[in-house]
Design a binder for this molecule. Structure first.
Ligand code: PHE
Length: 359
């Protein structure tokens, strides 16, 4: 008696159903054809094939037909369903292929705007300068050596003729590490401890340069940065004189800065050399005429040098009666500054690509 009140499920008979099936097939095909996006197609598919579709309503009515008629209408129903399924599948493929193409087109990037050569990096100016300095000395027959950046007090100070409390230690504001005895392990303040390491190796004569990082408790300004690079030179041989030192410095200066730039030595003091000198070069900004950078002197200080002090030889067990030598040490950043007229050394650590790409 449930069926009695039902208006929807009233049977239309075999012919009625077959007619309706053809109509449904036509309308549904058109609805599928009209869909212009995957989303619209999915909606259309639910409408024509889903539980609430005309097709499902017909399916429910088929049950009330006589077996013979049921078979005929049932077959036709399956045909229609399969055909509509097929149409949806085909349409879905067409639409999703087109949507994918549209998406690729929308997300496309114009890579021709980026010229690969503009993006190619290169070594930092400080590294390039270090390599060029090494080349100059290798050309003069020197070996390139290295030492650790973390040093002990003994290598950085004591073996260099600075016993504890020596006033000259104040020349270097030191970073100490929290390791071992207090103030016994530090970040090297200069590359001079590599002199000690080279001499302790015990192979004489020595002609070596040792470039590398150094650390001092300085506040960065136009002419100082707390982490910087030095290149140390050490020569130990028989019969080495101060003249050899002066000649070596001059040869290096003209080789690296060019023939119009010269060097001069002025008396100075370092505990590990005697006599000691400051090593200056012609100001590259004014080529010696005098300017603000050189305080109108025409000369700019590059580093320190001198003859190896006999106290240093005795700390490393070298006989100073037989051997003599000289050492020098100067700033790599300062060399780059002088060579390329860089007003402010901090440009070397700021990593501004517009500055770095010029070199
Ligand atoms: N180590 C010294 C400094 O850092 C420079 C120097 C090196 C002086 C070798 C003399 C000999 O200032």
């Amino acid at each position: 008696m449930i069926m009695e009140n039902s208006t929807v499920e009233r049977s239309r008979g075999k012919d009625g159903l077959l007619d309706e099936l053809s109509q449904v097939e036509e309308e549904a095909s058109r609805a599928i054809a009209r869909a212009t996006s995957s989303k619209a197609l999915a909606e259309a598919a639910t409408l024509v094939l889903g539980k609430r579709s005309a097709l499902s309503a017909i399916h429910r009515e088929v049950a009330s037909l006589e077996p013979e008629e049921r078979k005929e209408v049932g077959q036709r129903l399956n045909e229609v369903r399969e055909r509509l399924d097929e149409l949806v599948t085909q349409k879905r493929e067409v639409l999703s292929a087109r949507e994918r193409e549209e998406q690729i087109e929308a997300e496309r990037m114009d890579l021709t705007e980026i010229t690969p050569s503009l993006l190619r990096g290169h070594l930092h100016l400080v590294t390039l300068t270090q390599m060029e300095l090494e080349d100059v000395f290798v050309g003069m027959g020197y070996q390139v050596a290295e030492g650790p950046e973390v040093e002990t007090d003994w290598y950085n100070f004591e073996a260099l003729n600075m016993p504890p409390d020596h006033p000259a230690r104040g020349m270097w504001d030191t970073f100490y590490l929290d390791a071992g005895e207090p103030e016994s392990v530090l970040l090297r303040t200069h590359t001079s401890p590599v002199q000690i390491r080279l001499m302790l190796e015990g192979r004489l004569p020595i002609y070596a340069v040792a470039p590398g990082k150094c650390y001092r408790r300085d506040t960065a300004d136009a002419r100082h940065i707390p982490v910087f690079h030095q290149i140390e030179g050490l020569v130990v041989d028989e019969g080495i004189t101060f003249g050899d030192l002066a000649g070596t410095i001059e040869t290096f200066t003209t080789a690296y800065f060019g023939p119009q730039i010269h060097s001069r030595l002025r008396p100075s003091y370092f505990p590990f050399t005697e006599p000691s000198a400051e090593f200056e070069i012609t100001c590259t900004i004014c080529t010696g005429r005098g300017c603000r950078t050189c305080s109108d002197t025409g000369w700019v200080e590059l580093g320190g040098c001198g003859m190896v002090d006999p106290a240093v030889f005795s700390a490393v067990g070298i006989d100073s009666e037989r051997w003599s030598g000289f050492a020098f040490g100067f700033g790599i950043e300062r060399c780059a500054q002088m060579r390329h007229q860089i007003a402010d050394l901090r440009a070397l650590i700021e990593n501004d690509i517009r500055f770095l790409e010029q070199f």
